[in-house]
Design a binder for this molecule. Structure first.
Ligand SMILES: Nc1nc2c(ncn2[C@@H]2O[C@H](COP(=O)(O)OP(=O)(O)OP(=O)(O)O)[C@@H](O)[C@H]2O)c(=O)[nH]1
Ligand SMILES: [Mg+2]
Length: 1047
């Protein structure tokens, strides 16, 4: 990093020195420069001495404050590329007209409104970029640049194009904004035309004359139809029409038989005609964000198609989950639909949650049996019980069914709902109306409020409703009064949440006002904090407005509940191939009748293929059949019929079709019930009494379960040894525990650490490793993540498990206690803690705030930021994956206040850690508002924020060149070209680089450092979107390690 910054700076310094000594000899190094990078340097002027670099061919001076150029620049005879985008030019620097060898000139993002006639002296200019300036008329002088191949004029306010433009005979790429005059039809050589983000409500008919067009972009307009004449564009390959106003598919498009890419996403389309199959060369079809319910099954015959995006559509055929699995799955689904009968089917998961004795099991039984079913008082539901209710209301409802999950009291939340609750399901918070006392303030929170909070934190979009039971024990008038009161309390609850967000927002706005303008990164961080809050706020989905009032004794109100369920189910029905429905039935039968704990792959295969037609079986290879099995399993898991972990290759081969098996094991292992565990251990056939007490001690003081002990705990459930292994694997996949090997060379001594089970307080001996006051030669970086009402069960534990990946298999580097971990990572010390404090003075409620804090101590800041950043990244990922609706607030504590042991350390926004790009200003000092002390900026900003992304790219260039594979690079070139970030010419330039000699045999791992280097150099001259796309492409191509290198 330092090297590059210094190199840039040195060059500028050198030039400035030469400027002061006009008579001096030009140093050799200066003469050697062929490229001059002086971008992002806050320059108001370039030095007059620039003409000393007589051999320079390319100057990159974008993102400065330039409004004029030194006359001397015209003395650079070899200059061919000059990049001056993002500066402050208001008039065209006339001196440029002397640079007669210039081939590429970029003046994007300035304030130009005219181009002088003298421009025509640039006889060899091929690329001219003038986007995002303030032109109101087409600069007529451009018509004299007869060698121009690419002209960019988008995002201006140009209202017409002169006839003279036809003089640009070799123009191939033209991008423009605002309007299309008839005269455009004269540009018959045009191959690429971009007219996005205008307000065209009708299709500019003149475009149909541009018969050489290869790419046409009309996205972001108001189009709703396409004329038949479009078929004149015989060679059109790419057509972008996203974000328009199409409500029906423009059938004229079906005449564009050479189309390879069609983007119609974010319109209002509800249908896709069969005629789409006429587009036989179509490779990519983008239809996200429409109103499509059915895709035609002929889509499976489109052989060229390699990508089909249909997310964000109310799909019924194929089901959403199948569509999400990609084109292959969609094609397999339609294959099966053609071979077997299509069946309209709906199976909804109904989840009953609520305090113990709420009446969950009783209402579940009443629904299933169709008559009053009351449990006995002693019949406590342990964790979860599953039931099935098939609604046979009339002939048409044959395939309407419900998987009812009846959860027991509290326990389940500790294990993690997302395993059991499908996002497509319904959640009912159940409570006993007879016990509910609206006058008692605690009742609402206990029986309803905190359940809603928990469910919404984990599954923000899920449909929630309330069921009040025991109405037979309450007078009708009281039922009404209580429900009225509950609705009111719920409204207050909601308002309180909203208020929390408002208070947060206000406090951020205040901080934005208080932060000096110069601290741009801080501004940016506060802004993202405010945006994030808005997203969370918008995610809050209202619950069903009516409370269902039922009695499982008299069945009163049950019909209303049933009707609601059936209508919900009808709204969510999907079209399924007959063989899928049969497969689901066979698996369900196993659930009820079979004795298996889990289903292995061969068994699943048997069950699924049992009813498949022979013709279908003969047609499909083994691989194809396996893929279809995965499609079906994914679909069944998605709607809650089975539990299946498709993310993990070894677990993929096992289906947990009986929830209770999984639940029993989890409960046996995670239970805090010491007596129950003791009993299990003592009963075990495999261990002695003494051993049992050691194991017991291990579990309850150190949270450690050896593999052997795990076997003992699972014994009562009669699992095979493979099943025990699978369970262990599953617990690791769910990050309930991490594996530790006591002796490096003794793999048999494997044990599993469950942060859940820890009961010990922080070990006093840790005070020497991590004293409460930061030692004088040490710095501490601290991130605190605050949760307004409660730290969700399991969040800290999962986070603690995830940290293990940095610590290897040996446990010596970490010490755990009930609410914390101390670890030594990469020459730093780290302490993670969980706790509660009453710190937020703005808090709406007087409940304490919960926090998870990550503190890193060390002496080398770059290492420390690395450690903090990776833990922060883990914690954020966990929240995003498992608690996407959880409100939180994060801070970086002022390191100065922390080292002073200040009681109220100043809080910098934790969103600083989310910033990927440095904002405009580079700071050396930041002020701690609490103490007024200036502290070095690198104590508050991670090192990458001290650099622009271009600098990061430059530093990482060697590594990127060494690692980016050729297929990845090719894919990137396509995408950058598609997005218009690089030009066709540049694409060719990269591809033209000679390939490297390499010994690798596999084509997928071949790298091409030279091509990559050229590509990266081009990117450095582009806007921020280039960097974002680069990281996205790397991730998509399985090179996410490189993407994170660029964070
Ligand atoms: N009178 C009356 N009794 C009910 C009703 N629903 C449930 N009960 C009784 O209330 C008690 C608890 O009901 P359950 O259905 O077992 O409650 P639960 O929510 O499943 O309880 P846990 O499984 O412990 O979480 C049992 O004694 C039921 O017989 C009802 O609507 N009316
Ligand atoms: Mg129950």
């Amino acid at each position: 990093m330092a090297y590059i910054q210094v190199a840039h700076k040195q060059r500028l310094d050198l030039l400035h020195r030469l400027q002061l000594l006009p008579q001096s000899k030009t140093p050799d190094t200066v003469l050697k420069w062929t490229q001059l990078d002086i971008d992002n340097a806050y320059l108001y002027n370039l030095p007059e001495s620039i003409d000393r670099c007589t051999n320079v061919q390319q100057i990159y001076a974008y993102n400065n404050r330039l409004s004029s150029l030194p006359q001397s620049i015209s003395n650079l005879p070899h200059l061919t590329v000059l990049i001056l985008s993002c500066n402050a030019f208001t008039t065209f620097p006339i001196t440029l007209c002397d640079l007669t060898n210039l081939e590429e000139l970029d003046l994007d993002n300035n304030q130009l409104s005219d181009i002088p006639v003298d421009i025509t002296r640039l006889k060899v200019l091929r690329v001219f970029s003038l986007s995002n300036n303030v032109f109101t008329a087409f600069p007529i002088a451009l018509c004299g640049l007869t060698n121009l191949k690419e002209l960019y004029l988008s995002q201006n306010k140009i209202s017409g194009i002169p006839v003279d433009i036809t003089r640009l005979k070799v123009l191939r790429i033209f991008s423009l904004f605002y309007s299309v005059p008839q005269s455009i039809s004269n540009l018959t050589h045009l191959t690429v035309l971009k007219l996005s983000r205008n307000a065209f409500a009708t299709f500019p008919i003149a475009l149909c004359s541009l018969t050489n067009l290869i790419e046409l972009v009309l996205s972001g307009n108001l189009l709703s139809d396409i004329p038949v004449d479009i078929s004149r564009l015989k060679v059109l390959r790419i057509f972008k029409l996203h974000n328009n106003a199409f409500t029906t598919f423009p059938t004229a498009l079906c005449g564009l038989t050479n189309l390879e890419k069609l983007d119609l996403s974010y319109n209002q389309l509800s249908d896709i005609p069969v005629d789409i199959t006429m587009l036989t060369k179509l490779e990519r079809l983008h239809l996200s964000g429409n109103k499509i319910t059915h895709l035609p099954h002929q889509i499976k015959n489109m052989e060229s198609l390699i990508r089909l995006d249909v997310d964000r559509n109310p799909l019924v055929q194929p089901p959403k989950d199948t569509a999400k699995r990609g084109l292959g799955a969609i094609k397999r689904y339609f294959e099966a639909l053609t071979d077997t009968k299509a069946i309209q089917s709906s199976r909804i998961q109904v989840n009953l949650l609520g305090e113990t004795e709420a009446g969950k099991t009783s209402i579940s039984g009443t629904l299933q049996n169709g008559k009053s079913t009351l449990t006995k008082t002693a019949d406590r539901t342990r964790v979860v019980e599953q039931g099935l209710w098939e609604a046979h209301e009339d002939e048409t409802d044959q395939n309407i069914g419900f998987n009812i999950n009846d959860f027991g009291g509290h326990d389940i939340y500790k294990i993690g709902h997302p395993i059991f609750i499908s996002k497509l399901g319904l959640v009912f918070i159940t409570f006993d109306l007879s016990k509910y006392d609206p006058e008692d303030k605690a009742h609402y929170q206990l029986y309803i409020g905190h359940w809603i909070d928990k469910v919404q934190a984990q599954m923000p979009g899920i449909q929630l409703a309330l069921i009040g039971t025991h109405i037979d024990e309450v007078m009708i008038q009281h039922v009404e009064n209580k429900c009225f009161a509950i609705n009111k309390q719920h409204e207050d609850h909601l308002n309180k949440k909203k208020q929390w967000y408002q208070v947060q927002k206000k406090s951020i706005e205040k901080r934005i006002r208080e932060t000096p303008k110069i601290q741009a990164s801080l501004h940016q961080a506060y802004q993202s904090k405010s945006d994030k809050l808005q997203t969370l706020y918008d995610q809050m989905k209202p619950i069903h407005k009516d409370i269902f009032r039922v009695s499982s004794k008299t069945c009163e109100g049950v019909k209303v509940l049933q009707d609601y369920l059936i209508s919900f189910s009808r709204r969510n029905a999907e079209v399924l191939p007959g063989m899928w429905v049969e497969a689901a039935k066979n698996i369900c039968t196993k659930k009820i009748e079979g004795s298996e704990n889990t289903l292995g792959w061969e068994m699943i295969k048997g069950l699924i293929l049992q009813n498949a037609p022979t013709s279908w079986k003969e047609k499909n290879s083994k691989e194809e059949t396996d893929r279809m099995i995965c499609d079906i399993l994914s679909f069944l898991a998605h709607r809650g019929d089975i539990i299946w972990f498709d993310r993990c290759p070894s677990l993929m081969k096992v289906v947990f079709h009986k929830q209770e098996v999984l639940v029993n094991v989890l409960k046996a292992v995670l239970s805090h019930d010491q007596d129950a565990i003791s009993e299990k251990l003592q009963k075990s056939m495999k261990i002695t009494g003494t051993k049992a007490s050691t194991i017991h001690e291990d579990i309850f003081t150190r949270g450690i379960i050896s593999k052997e002990a795990m076997g003992c705990l699972c014994e009562p459930f009669k699992l095979s040894s493979t099943e025990v292994d699978v369970m262990i694997e599953m617990m690791q996949t769910l990050e309930l525990c991490y594996q530790v090997q006591d002796h490096e060379y003794l793999p048999s001594n494997t044990s599993f650490h469950f942060p859940w089970l820890l009961t010990e307080e922080r070990q006093p001996e840790l005070d020497t490793k991590w004293p409460s006051k930061v030692p004088p030669d040490t710095t501490q970086l601290t991130l605190q993540v605050l949760f307004p009402y409660k730290c969700p069960d399991g969040l800290y534990e999962k986070f603690s498990v995830r940290q293990h990946k940095y610590l290897g298999l040996m446990k010596t580097k970490r010490m755990d206690w009930k609410d914390g971990v101390y670890a030594e990572v990469k020459k730093c010390k780290m302490q993670l803690t969980r706790g509660a404090h009453q710190s937020n003075p703005d808090a709406v409620s007087q409940d304490p705030d919960w926090f998870i804090s990550i503190a890193v101590r060390g002496s080398k800041l770059s290492d420390m930021w690395g450690v903090l950043a990776q833990s922060h990244h883990d914690l954020m990922n966990i929240i995003e994956e498992d608690w996407p609706g959880l409100p939180y607030d994060k801070y970086l504590m002022c390191p100065h206040c922390v080292s002073e042991n200040s009681e109220h350390p100043y809080h910098f926004p934790g969103e600083i850690l989310d910033l990927t790009l440095r904002a405009a200003s580079k700071l050396r000092q930041v002020t701690c508002v609490n103490t007024g002390v200036s502290i070095p900026a690198d104590l508050v900003y991670p090192p990458h924020l001290a650099m622009s992304w271009q600098e990061v790219l430059q530093i990482e260039k060697p590594r990127l060149c060494e690692k980016i594979t050729e297929p990845c690079l090719k894919d990137m070139l396509n995408k950058f070209l598609e997005e218009g970030i690089i030009t066709l010419r540049e694409d060719e330039m990269v591809r033209a680089e000679p390939p490297q000699h390499h010994d690798q045999t596999s084509t997928t791992t071949v790298v091409c450092p030279e091509k990559t280097a050229v590509f990266l150099d081009i990117l450095k001259t582009r806007g921020d979107e280039a960097f974002d796309l680069l990281r996205k492409c790397l991730t998509e191509n399985g090179q996410s390690d490189l993407a994170s290198l660029l964070r």
